[in-house]
Design a protein around this ligand. Structure first.
Ligand SMILES: *Cc1c(COP(=O)(O)O)cnc(C)c1O
Length: 405
């Protein structure tokens, strides 16, 4: 199946996730702008696709806001992935998916997304005001921060924020139940935009390709990359960039107290379980969906252990980094990025640490520890100031069905 067909169906018919048929090698790529590297690195995956002639346009749309590398010491740089409209790395994947679907789809579409925070606003922002799309963002009432709620409920237009009486898992179950109903799917052109979509996952390799080329051109050596990880999409995208031949020495996956993947690396056994709550809540995942893609990329465990490592960072260490890095002046990091800093600490060699969100999105964790307020990026400030509107439903499919009608 081609890329543009795969993004229209979500999970594969057997319940698994789509992966590329081949991993192209791009060993002689030269440093260039993020958009240009995105075009070069993603182009091969769309080569036989109806979208193949539109790659430049898609990449300008999704990567135009850039991802600066900021030095923090002689051998460490931070890759700021939070310069997009909702100030988290998920903007890249969500915008790429939305841009592809705008070109590929032939009928009106209803996008469903369940969120505990970052995903919902990135997807809503990516589809907002795109003709032919409606978006329903389901969030658990009373369980997202006020700032996040304002962000989710301020889009208006074709975006409907839906507060669900229940938990994030209830929201996700509702989305799955709706997608499983053939009649609803057919009537509304339902689509899910969660992180297992290959259209959101694959494009993320581009900024790791870009960062590794840029870093190694300036420093004359290949960096390792640390990726704060939860559902493991971003981390496996970094591994894919390494497999393609971009100058990445190793990938370090930094998890919080949710240890299923670090345990797999230590012991060779994978035991998914319920998620544990931590201050890095966008990484609170007990059974990462993209685990399957890691296994696909590394059928041989020995090779995986040579190229990749995974570490679990305690809540105490995460909070320690937020206080330390922030109080030393200059750089302030979100709790997810803090896990990345902690993972880098005892490792030798040059590293790029992926900064996954702007610290102002997690002000309840960050501000008490650094002792001052973090300024919101302009776009986030504007989003929060917009009039807020939401509907509320019980966690029942019948209620969601009435909304869709
Ligand atoms: C989603 C998210 C993560 C985890 O990314 P995965 O691709 O799910 O591993 C980390 N940090 C932030 C800020 C996020 O929003």
């Amino acid at each position: 199946m081609g890329f543009s067909s795969a993004i229209e169906v979500g999970p594969a018919p057997d319940g698994g996730l789509y992966v590329p048929r081949h991993v192209p090698r791009l060993e002689d790529a030269a440093p260039n702008s993020l958009v240009q590297i995105a075009i070069e690195s993603l182009g091969p995956y769309l080569a036989d696709d109806p979208l193949s002639g539109r790659v430049a346009e898609l990449c300008s749309d999704a990567f135009g806001f850039g991802a600066p590398l900021v030095p923090v010491s002689e051998d460490t740089e931070v890759l700021e992935l939070f310069r997009g409209p909702t100030a988290a790395f998920k903007d890249f994947g969500a915008r790429f998916l939305a841009a592809c679907l705008s070109l590929a789809t032939t009928r009106p579409r209803t996008v469903l997304v369940a969120t505990s925070g970052d995903t919902g606003s990135a997807v809503a922002s990516a589809f907002a005001r795109r003709a032919g799309f409606r978006v329903f963002v389901l969030f658990p009432l009373g369980k997202v921060s006020e700032r996040q709620r304002r962000q989710l409920t301020g889009f208006g237009g074709n975006v409907q924020a839906v507060g669900v009486t229940g938990t994030f898992d209830d929201c996700q179950s509702l989305v799955k139940a709706a997608l499983a109903r053939r009649d609803l799917e057919a009537r509304h052109g339902l689509l899910s935009a969660n992180s297992i979509s290959v259209g959101r996952w694959l494009p993320q390799l581009a900024y790791f390709a870009y960062a590794s080329l840029d870093f190694s051109a300036r420093h004359g050596r290949s960096p390792g990359i640390v990726v704060p990880s939860g559902n493991l999409g971003n981390g496996v995208a970094a591994c894919l960039a390494m497999k393609m031949g971009f100058p990445i020495r190793e990938v370090v996956l930094a998890f919080n107290a949710n240890r299923a993947v670090p345990e797999l690396f230590e012991r060779g056994e994978y035991h998914p379980r319920g998620a544990v709550a931590t201050p890095a809540n966008a990484m609170d995942v007990g059974d990462p969906s993209n685990y399957e893609r890691l296994r696909w990329l590394y059928p041989d465990r020995e090779v995986m252990l040579r190229e990749v490592s995974a570490v679990s960072i305690s809540t105490e260490s995460i909070l320690g980094v937020v206080s330390d890095v922030g109080s030393r002046g200059g750089l302030v990091v979100c709790p997810h990025t803090a896990a990345g800093f902690a993972a880098r600490k005892d490792r030798r060699g040059a590293f790029i640490i992926a900064a996954t969100a702007h610290p102002a999105k997690f002000e309840e964790v960050v501000e008490p520890r650094i002792g001052y307020a973090v300024a919101l990026p302009d776009e986030l400030q504007a989003a929060i100031a917009r009039p807020s509107s939401q509907v509320e439903i019980p966690a029942e499919l019948a209620a969601l069905e009435r909304l869709l009608a």
